[in-house]
Design a protein around this ligand. Structure first.
Ligand SMILES: NC(=O)c1ccc[n+]([C@@H]2O[C@H](COP(=O)([O-])OP(=O)(O)OC[C@H]3O[C@@H](n4cnc5c(N)ncnc54)[C@H](OP(=O)(O)O)[C@@H]3O)[C@@H](O)[C@H]2O)c1
Ligand SMILES: *[C@@H]1O[C@H](CO)[C@@H](O)[C@H](O)[C@H]1NC(C)=O
Ligand SMILES: *[C@@H]1O[C@H](CO)[C@@H](O)[C@H](O)[C@H]1NC(C)=O
Length: 332
């Protein structure tokens, strides 16, 4: 009986491996490709642009501040591998007006050809307890992080489907895989991206267009330093349980996964665990990945329970500390 079950399992795995070429997409060739990076003037986005440029792509950077854009353009151009390569800069707010975003994408396509890969990296984070965050912060984060990814994607998708070529990358966050203290506004805007990406992937897969969702951990960027200023003590202590990544490393992984057409892109052992735990009904891009998910999920859930317990105790400790210092203040 046991032998039969084992034989069945082996046959099943073999079968899966046989159909795997049908599932795995053909890698995208970056040399000569047109890559648009929103948020490409700073942090992770800038490193993604550099990584693609190093591999021979033509780049369009999209962000608001023109000085930062020009600065980034100069930095990226140092990495050229041939003298035909171009870095185009476009100043626009991706979160405000769809027709404006559509127009600038049109301009970029006229100059550098149809977009082969769009990386939605423009984003921002503000932390704070739910009741301390301004209501307008929820609206702002949703429009920059969510709508700011919808608009550029909407502007390139028709051409990608027509050409039967394309990659769309959404930069979510580990905070888009689990909700943490202080991130009620940020996490929800990053969770929203996942829903968009899953639905979109099902629509565009028959057109050879592949979607990647990246879940970076804390990464050493100007945006991270800015967010750090707003973090409550609890959020900081929880963040400090993991280390901070270099943006170059995160960018390398994202570009690699996007080229391969992987739906998920994550970094490090925490990232691997979170992606496996939260894969849900996400599309699978290779059989190996699917098998890994099936095998690891129970174990990772067990480990996750310990993490959750330790986060809860951090929160409780902070609460007790605050109460004590309040009493001390009153008696002083
Ligand atoms: N750093 C981390 O720890 C971390 C972790 C997980 C996920 N992420 C995500 O990764 C992405 C990049 O983060 P980062 O830390 O590299 O950020 P960053 O250094 O602050 O860079 C953000 C980029 O987005 C642009 N941008 C912001 N709002 C925009 C808007 N409304 N319209 C157009 N461009 C806009 C900025 O340029 P302008 O200000 O000039 O417009 C800049 O180029 C974000 O989506 C972030 O949520 C970051
Ligand atoms: C974050 O801010 C705190 C103080 O608010 C500071 O002690 C810490 O070094 C900062 N961390 C980073 C990575 O900027
Ligand atoms: C997610 O992507 C990373 C690479 O970015 C890979 O190592 C990992 O196996 C993937 N995890 C899942 C669950 O697909």
């Amino acid at each position: 009986m046991l032998l039969l079950a084992a034989a069945f399992l082996v046959a099943f795995v073999l079968l899966l491996y046989m159909v795997s070429p049908l599932i795995s997409p053909k890698p995208l060739a970056l040399p000569g490709a047109h890559v648009v990076v929103t948020g490409g003037s700073s942090g992770i986005g800038k490193c993604i642009a550099i990584e693609c440029y190093k591999q021979g792509a033509f780049i369009t950077l999209v962000a608001r501040n023109e000085d930062k854009l020009l600065q980034a353009k100069k930095e990226i151009e140092k990495h050229s591998i041939n003298d035909k390569q171009v870095v185009l800069c476009i100043s626009v707010d991706v979160s405000q007006d769809y027709s404006q975003v559509e127009n600038v994408i049109k301009q970029a396509q006229e100059k550098l050809g149809p977009v082969d890969m769009l990386v939605n990296c423009a984003g921002m984070s503000l932390a704070g307890k739910f009741e301390d965050l301004e209501v307008s912060t929820f609206e702002r984060l949703m429009s920059v992080n969510y709508l700011g990814s919808v608009y550029p994607s909407r502007a390139v998708i028709t051409t990608m489907k027509e050409r039967r070529v394309g990659r769309i990358v959404f930069v979510s966050s580990q905070a888009g895989q689990l909700g943490l203290f202080g991130f009620t506004a940020y996490s929800s805007s990053k969770f929203a991206i996942r829903g968009l990406a899953e639905a979109l992937q099902m629509e565009v897969k028959p057109y050879n267009v592949y979607v990647t969702v990246a879940y970076p951990p804390d990464t050493d960027t100007p945006g991270f330093a800015e967010e750090n200023k707003t973090k409550p003590l609890e959020t900081r202590l929880i963040s400090e349980t993991t280390s901070v990544c270099k943006p170059e490393q995160v960018a390398k992984q994202i570009v690699k996964d996007a080229i391969q057409g992987n739906f998920n892109s994550s970094i490090g052992s925490d990232g691997y665990m979170l992606s496996s735990l939260t894969c849900g009904m996400a599309p699978v891009t290779s059989i190996t990945e699917g098998l890994q998910q099936v095998v690891t999920m129970g174990l990772f859930r067990t480990i996750a329970l310990f993490y959750l317990g330790s986060f809860d105790s951090i929160v409780r400790r902070c609460m007790v500390q605050r109460a004590k210092s309040e009493i001390a203040d009153k008696t002083a």
